[in-house]
Design a protein around this ligand. Structure first.
Ligand code: ADP
Ligand code: ASP
Ligand code: MG
Length: 464
């Protein structure tokens, strides 16, 4: 079997969903399970309505929900013609939007918006889209079965970033999904969402549908995990920043996970782990251009390409809204436990640290923009001097070949020699070179480095 995940833009309107149906119809013999996202923009709208409700702007919150209801109804009217089937979908839409209305009432009455409530808002997007899509498949003559993923995706209760229980997922999937697939049914389910063991709705974090697909693929021992999105695959950089970015035909799990972690939105950072554990290849394909062969992400690094010029760097990722903390202790010289004290603060506040560089007397590290920044600084100041630099960006060059190729750092920093670099780090894996700059420099830096590494002739085995 295979898992096929379709992102928000792949299901944004009737035309997109018709393309999805067409793509899937050609793959039915592979027994696909479909994981779908909310319609493009729907998750943002749901979260926006929650925020407006808690800010006392109930009417604006309701206006957003009304528009969203109309958008889903319009879609169902376009895609589902038989009256009885459409009425079923309309009833589901009404029940869902009634629930959202109650949530808006509750949040605005209490003036409080918890992460648990946010997840309840956000989760409705996938429930809505998947219901319409399953029905559209049946309309097209495919025996589609809508599945509430929350029956199998049991998570902890860390709302907005819940961690799944992979053992339970495996057991539940064997019971609830496998038999249906074996009977030739097409499973249509939601990405992004789950349930605590007590049945409270959670989400896996923004962009989490990719992660759902990989988790499900691992649980069902899929032959392939396909991520269908709006670009031809993983590209040499974000095409929204670098228009001439090229398709990377093949890359390793490790390359893909470094890229995702350092900002390449095309994959959720957690996507690769479940695939690695079972060694399941991940394909990234374009719903708008299904004839492209996309990107294949596998365990295999092609050693025959070692020493081949111009395929050292596979891709350049960047991540904005980064904060640097410079932490110095007058007592650090020869003192033990200083690093421990620092990281204990981040652990306690559940802030994850990305790039780190240390000297004997100071530590610099980066965190994503966080509303807990002030608290972290306050805690750190108990035992250290702390300075904060905001509006920074991480740039990360990734490629397996880096570990065999000298001179990459020299080429990189020479190409941007007029740019101030705040921090530099090369991971132990030696497959990435990561540095931190002012956010205002990120465009220039990424474009210049793309030019440096990708403007010459490239090996056609790797790049298109
Ligand atoms: P989906 O809704 O299908 O999950 P996303 O918007 O989350 O799609 O991810 C796809 C987007 O990722 C692309 O439109 C592109 O702008 C962005 N992106 C960033 N870096 C890369 C990269 N290296 N390769 C391809 N796409 C990238
Ligand atoms: N709909 C969710 C989001 O926008 C999950 C996803 O699309 O991957 O974050
Ligand atoms: Mg995504």
């Amino acid at each position: 079997m295979i898992v096929m995940k379709f992102g928000g833009t792949s299901v944004q309107d009737a035309a997109a969903i018709r393309s999805v149906i067409h793509i899937v119809q050609n793959k039915l013999s592979k027994r696909p399970a479909l994981v779908v996202s909310a319609l493009a923009g729907a998750t943002n709208h749901l979260l926006e309505s929650a925020r407006l409700a808690v800010a006392g702007q109930k009417h604006n919150a309701e206006a957003i929900l009304k528009k969203l209801h109309e958008r889903h109804s319009g879609l169902s009217a376009e895609l589902i013609k038989p009256i009885a089937e459409r009425e079923k979908v309309e009833t589901f839409l009404k029940t869902t939007f009634d629930k959202l209305q109650s949530l808006v009432d509750g949040v605005s009455l209490l003036g409080e918006l918890t992460d648990r409530s946010l997840d309840m808002f956000a989760a409705q997007g996938e429930l809505l889209s998947s219901t319409i899509i399953a029905s559209a498949f049946r309309e097209a003559g495919v025996d589609a079965l809508w599945l509430d993923i929350r029956e199998v995706m049991i998570t902890d209760d860390q709302f907005t970033a819940a961690a799944p229980d992979t053992n339970l997922l495996k057991n539940h999937s064997a019971r609830l999904i496998k038999p249906a697939l074996e009977k030739g049914k097409l499973i249509v389910t939601q990405g992004f969402i789950g349930n605590t063991k007590d049945g409270i709705t959670t989400t896996l974090g923004r962009g989490g549908s990719d992660y759902t697909a990989a988790l499900l693929g691992a649980a069902l021992d899929a032959n392939d995990i396909e991520i269908w999105t709006d670009v031809d695959g993983v590209l040499t950089s974000d095409p929204k920043m670098v228009h001439e970015a090229k398709r990377v035909k093949i890359m390793t799990f490790q390359e893909a996970s470094e890229l995702a972690y350092f900002g390449a939105k095309v994959l959720h950072p957690a996507t690769i782990t479940p695939a690695v554990e079972r060694n399941i290849p991940v394909h990234v394909f374009n719903t708008k251009n299904p004839v492209s062969s996309g990107t294949l992400i596998t365990a295999k690094h092609d050693r025959t390409l070692e020493g081949v010029n111009n395929c050292v760097i596979k891709s350049i990722a960047y991540k904005k809204n980064i904060t640097i903390l410079n932490i110095a202790s007058t007592r650090m010289l020869l003192a033990h436990g200083f690093l421990y004290s620092i990281f204990e603060v981040f652990k306690r506040l559940k802030i994850s640290v990305d790039v780190i560089s240390t000297t004997e007397v100071s530590v610099s590290l980066t965190i994503d923009f966080s509303d807990k920044l002030d608290e972290a600084v306050h805690e750190l100041k108990r035992f250290a001097q702390v300075t904060v630099e905001q509006e920074r960006a991480i740039v990360c060059l990734v490629g397996e070949q880096m570990r065999y190729t000298p001179g990459i750092a020299a080429r990189t920093f020479n190409a941007i020699r007029d740019v101030n670099i705040n921090m530099i780090s090369q991971g132990a894996s030696e497959i990435n070179l990561t540095f931190v700059i002012a956010q205002s420099d990120v465009d220039t830096v990424v474009k210049r480095l793309h030019d440096e590494f990708f403007s010459g002739p490239l090996p056609s085995a790797i790049f298109e």
